[in-house]
Ligand binder design. Structure first.
Ligand SMILES: Nc1ncnc2c1ncn2[C@@H]1O[C@H](COP(=O)(O)OP(=O)(O)O)[C@@H](O)[C@H]1O
Ligand SMILES: O=C(CO)[C@@H](O)[C@@H](O)COP(=O)(O)O
Length: 556
């Protein structure tokens, strides 16, 4: 058999990208990006121009098909590969990004009579307008001591499926009525490619409170939320939940013609961006924490048992790699904090100095901050500029920096912010490790590891763990291509397991970041101080951050 290939398509917040990957070695032969024509819809609906309320974020389902129409033929063309040798396609998506469809699988928002109804559209992961429903979901679950709650670190997010479905029922019962199924967008796109609807074990588990043994929460719980939701899971959330890497069916003739691919090739069930990245950095066994590092960090870890870990986003059997328990945790702002500082608080002289030296502002700050030894700034910060999504799960917490004097320099503040986010990651590492889900090494992908070496060294020193960095331009898309290779199977030239596929297709860079013992020692001291501040301001001893927020609210 000659060389074989699969295509991975990564659906992000602003755009989708296709990557064509060689199966023998994981080489990314060609890639192509399609920005979504309708962008994120957060002000006005397309067509009617109807104004959306605060905290809404929608998308247009045809934008997802546009990625298939444009980016897939583009990578085939650019690579010059014969479509006969492309044996499968897989996708990964933001989540929970969900939509209501009719009995034919058609999105309600594409029906002319429903186009001007905001609730008929795709709700993007960062649609935050279902917070009142999420609050009730949590309150009622806690009161009933629902067994599922600890699996999600004690809190169900407003970003997830049940809160979004309930918001539709609350605010637009007529749309709820006309919905045959609520689907994750990742499952909808796969259904468009195959003509068959399946739910994948990743989004069902992390975003829709589904459990491999227990299924969804029972009817009594849903009835306690709202009697109209009693039968939700066997009606509008019905459908087989199948593990990642399963072939969801062959590519249909019309879709194959549209994309320039061979009909009948394997289409892997849908997946999520951060989760798909895990095998793409070669992680298929417990003990290795994968960090997707960008504006925020998603932390992914594998285990052999279901354990309860404070503040984690969730634990799902088969949720990342079939046969293992996948754990997810996160920090809600990391790169975003550095960006806030650079955009909102940096003196003009720094920007001028960077320009004079032909450097970007981040690069200049990194160079200057690297001159300091750990502890030498005398500063310490709490990384809560966008609340806390890790052990405290509290969006009302805010940022803090301690130790400033008249001599404090911008590069010292920048370094302290890098360190604060590293302490935030250590908190997550410690929460897992002390709950019996071991963390022996860290694996990093996303934009930040390529951009800032000082940041990576600080993470190695603060966590006292070696960090391996992805050697892939598009790690989640490579992951989607890995799952496509597994869906195709060995007989077609792919692989029979994710473990075998990752062994051949995943890559990390040769250069790693190793902890430097003297830095580890100093950071241990600083981390103890961070913990004192963390608990003092975060666990109720001094609720000044919340009081300030409420004073601010009443002053508005
Ligand atoms: N040299 C740098 N050092 C640290 N952070 C940086 C640097 N350059 C950009 N950033 C931050 O990286 C973030 C973007 O990361 P990236 O992985 O590209 O995005 P995303 O999370 O959207 O995928 C921004 O928040 C930006 O502030
Ligand atoms: O929530 C998840 C994964 O669980 C992500 O899809 C969501 O945060 C979107 O991430 P990105 O902004 O695309 O990195």
């Amino acid at each position: 058999m000659g060389k074989k290939y699969t295509i991975g398509v990564d659906y992000g917040t602003q755009s989708g990208r296709a990557v064509l990957v060689e199966l023998s070695n994981g080489q990314e032969v060609a890639d192509h990006v399609t920005p979504y024509p309708h962008h994120v819809i957060d002000e006005r609906l397309p067509g009617s121009g109807k104004k959306l309320a605060h905290d809404w974020a929608l998308q247009h389902p045809d934008d997802y098909l546009e990625v298939l129409r444009s980016s897939v033929p583009a990578v085939v063309r650019e690579s010059g590969i014969d479509p006969e040798d492309i044996i499968g396609i897989g996708i990964d998506f933001t989540a929970c990004t969900m939509l209501p469809v009719d009995a034919k699988g058609e999105p309600l928002c594409l029906k002319p009579e429903l186009q001007d109804h905001p609730h008929s559209w795709v709700k993007l992961w960062k649609h935050h307008a279902a917070q009142p429903e999420a609050d009730k979901i949590n309150r009622i679950a806690a009161k009933r001591s629902e067994a599922f709650l600890p699996r999600y670190g004690g809190k169900i997010s407003s970003e997830w499926m049940i809160a979004k479905v309930w918001q539709i029922l609350d605010e637009a019962p007529e749309i709820y009525e006309q919905t045959d199924l609520f689907l994750e967008a990742t499952d909808w796109v796969i259904s468009q490619m195959t003509g068959r609807i399946f739910r994948n074990s990743c989004t069902a588990g992390y975003k829709a409170i589904w459990h491999k043994q227990d299924g969804y929460p029972d009817k009594e719980y849903f009835k306690a939320l709202d009697p109209r939701l009693e039968h939700l899971t066997e009606t509008k959330l019905r459908g087989d939940v199948i593990p990642l890497g399963t072939n969801a069916g062959g590519l249909t003739e019309p879709m194959a013609a549209m994309m320039g691919l061979k009909p009948g090739i394997a289409v892997a069930v849908g997946n999520v961006d951060a989760h798909a990245a895990v095998p793409a950095v070669g992680v298929v066994t417990p003990g290795k924490l994968v960090m997707a590092m960008g504006t925020s960090i998603c932390h992914m870890l594998l285990g052999t048992e279901e354990k309860q870990v404070e503040g984690m986003c969730g634990v799902v059997e088969d949720g990342i790699i079939p046969g293992l328990f996948g754990y997810e945790a996160g920090q809600s702002a990391v790169g975003d904090i550095f960006e806030w500082y650079v955009e909102e608080a940096l003196p003009a002289y720094v920007k001028e100095a960077a320009a004079d030296e032909g450097l970007g502002v981040h690069a200049w700050l990194e160079k200057e901050a690297a001159i300091y030894k750990p502890g030498q700034t005398g500063l310490l910060a709490l990384d809560w500029w966008n609340g806390n999504r890790s052990v405290l799960v509290d969006t009302d917490l805010t940022g803090l920096m301690l130790g400033m004097t008249l001599l404090t320099k911008p590069q010292e503040i920048y370094r302290t912010l890098l360190e604060a986010t590293a302490f935030g990651t250590r908190k997550i590492v410690d929460a897992f490790h002390s709950s019996g889900v071991h963390v022996d090494a860290l694996y990093a992908c996303g934009g930040l590891p390529q951009k800032n070496k000082l940041l990576m060294q600080i993470y190695a020193d603060v966590t006292n763990r070696e960090i391996f960095v992805a050697d892939s331009k598009q790690t989640p898309a490579l992951g989607a291509a890995i799952f496509a290779a597994v869906a195709a199977g060995e007989s077609a030239g792919g692989y029979d397991t994710v473990i075998a596929a990752a062994a051949n297709m995943a890559r990390v860079k040769d250069e790693t970041f190793k902890p430097i013992p003297e830095n580890v020692e100093v950071y241990d001291h600083l981390y103890r101080e961070y913990n004192l501040l963390h608990d003092y301001f975060g666990r109720g001893e001094n609720d000044v951050m919340k009081r300030l927020k409420s004073i601010k609210k009443s002053a508005e």
